[in-house]
Ligand binder design. Sequence first.
Ligand code: URA
Length: 239
Amino acid sequence: MQMRLDKFLSDSMEITRQEAKKLLSKGLVFVDGTVAKKGDIKVKDETDVTVNGKKIEYKEFVYIMLNKPKGVVSATEDANDTTVTDLVRKDYPKRNLFPAGRLDKTSTGFVLLTDDGVFAHDILAPKKHVSKEYIVTLDAPVDDEIIEHFNSGVTLADGTLLKSAQLKPTENPLVVKVVLKQGVYHQIKRMFGVFGIGVNELHRTHIGTVELDKTLAEGAYRELTQQEMEKIYSQSGAN
Ligand code: URA
């Protein structure tokens, strides 16, 4: 992709075009080893650009792994509550980030934030089969019959027939793992509700085969690595 050098700098460094122009006029920007002073020079995403001696990788889009705390809503704006985008905005002031998939206000765990609409569509589309895994704390234990129902497809109270889902017991009878390949509103709570079981805690641990980084405290975030992106792409068939 070809673009102006000032755009390359502002997209990749989260700075304004004006700030990019200042770096250029100070002689701090080098393109292929030669000082560049004008913002309208054409560069490509793979062009060798350095600022103050540091190589700048072009970033068209960003992909962020956030450990959502309770009480935060999966939206871009909200009149009353803190949103997942509020939590990351200070580091990405110029990006139109949004959550690719929602967690309820009371749920915690892995939310992926991006400004790449095509990618978000791909990981959410039921046809693409990107799974989501949750650890769920229940108010009553499950039995083999419920596990089998999850496997063959639960019918919700409103008649919606869901796709097959995995329900895996753990050593604690009130804690289970659930793997879904679709995202219906309040899906897990409604699935257990069919069997008269309440959900006390819901934590998303995986998107596809990528696990939420255990070193991220609640509210903390980091960008996904190239390797993690490839894992998600390989499951979604995107790219
Ligand atoms: N299912 C739910 O009920 N809530 C979530 O937050 C995610 C899945």
